[in-house]
Design a protein around this ligand. Structure first.
Ligand SMILES: [Zn+2]
Length: 94
């Protein structure tokens, strides 16, 4: 008896000391990061949004970068608005 003969992928999980084979749910999706149509198998529950773990990691990193960039922009805008920016030198006036 072999697990590899079935076309339905399963994963083995530990349940209270014994192992159980759990069938994975098939999701057909378009990756939100690389926009590739993909079929992934996951535990039933929240449907995945990415074609692979790599894309998920990359997407998280990209979102992180974007958030930081926005944070920086906001801080700069706040600083400009509150006048906390330290100007180097004096503004020249004729
Ligand atoms: Zn992808």
């Amino acid at each position: 008896m072999s697990d590899h003969d079935t076309d339905q992928p399963i994963t083995r999980v530990q349940v209270r000391g014994h192992t159980r084979d759990v069938p994975l749910k098939r999701y057909d999706l378009v990756c939100q990061f690389c926009h590739t149509q993909a079929t992934v198998y996951r535990y039933p529950g929240q449907p995945p949004r990415f074609c692979s773990e790599a894309c998920q990691a990359d997407a998280r990193m990209a979102a992180d970068r974007e958030r930081k960039a926005m944070q920086r922009q906001r801080q700069q805008a706040e600083r400009a608005a509150t006048g906390v920016v330290v100007h180097r030198g004096r503004p020249r006036k004729p």
